[in-house]
Design a protein around this ligand. Sequence first.
Ligand SMILES: Nc1ncnc2c1ncn2[C@@H]1O[C@H](COP(=O)(O)OP(=O)(O)OP(=O)(O)O)[C@@H](O)[C@H]1O
Ligand SMILES: [Mg+2]
Length: 138
Amino acid sequence: MIQFDKNTDSSDQTILLAKSLSSKFKPGGIYGFIGDLASGKTTFIKGLLSGLDFVGMVNSPTFTLINEYDAKHKVIHIDCYREKNISRWIQLGLYDYFNPNNIVLIEWPEIIESILPKNVQYIKFENIDTDKRRIRSL
Ligand SMILES: Nc1ncnc2c1ncn2[C@@H]1O[C@H](COP(=O)(O)OP(=O)(O)OP(=O)(O)O)[C@@H](O)[C@H]1O
Ligand SMILES: [Mg+2]
């Protein structure tokens, strides 16, 4: 279980927050990132990857849908926003990614909630102000 509730005032702060929490994200874990557009989900995931020793570009999988990274552990970054068709996610092999080797990070998980396991840990992002975000575990 990851437990925290923080406010950040810049994207750099969000990156630092994620870095500081990165060791709590474990292989076999599935993490859902809930929050409005531009609330910092992808930014946080960039920080996580940095904390997990991944050096290189991290892009939002908005169009690619799924990105894989060889970091300290294997990290799977999924963004459901542009694909609301559940059977398409099953076709893409979503279930195969849920295995003990992978840290699975899912933006907009509510779209595929009906096919997610019960043990997903959710993290919520809220836009408080232009640069202020509240980020917390649920
Ligand atoms: N405190 C903050 N934390 C994170 N991002 C911030 C913060 N303040 C401003 N920003 C800006 O907000 C945007 C966050 O974008 P990001 O792609 O991380 O959001 P997202 O939640 O993944 O959005 P989407 O739902 O479209 O994928 C960036 O432009 C970033 O610079
Ligand atoms: Mg995003």
